[in-house]
Ligand binder design. Sequence first.
Ligand SMILES: [Cu+2]
Length: 114
Amino acid sequence: MNKLTLAFFFALLATSALARAASNEHEQHHDASSQQTQQAATHIGAGVLKAINAKDGKVQIAHEPIAALGWPSMTMWFMLHDPLPQGLKAGDAVRFELVQGEKKQWVIVNISHK
Ligand SMILES: [Cu+2]
């Protein structure tokens, strides 16, 4: 190795170390911000309870558009974080709060008569 090659070699080493440090920092930042987003991200929805699957802890709701999520109105199933409050039945107008779980599934953390 002559001096020039050596200098080039060290420059390469330094650059890749810097790049690694930078991407590490980015990942940490990304993790921190996604955790914050997860904690803060409760979305409010409204709709009509269509069906209840108490055994699996799920409800089907024909929901109104949820602007914060860019969702149009649709009928879909949601997981329930807690057992459905007594007195709620299919056909009831409901108001609910949604959070996204670790596996990206949407979970109702709060539901009540509208
Ligand atoms: Cu939907």
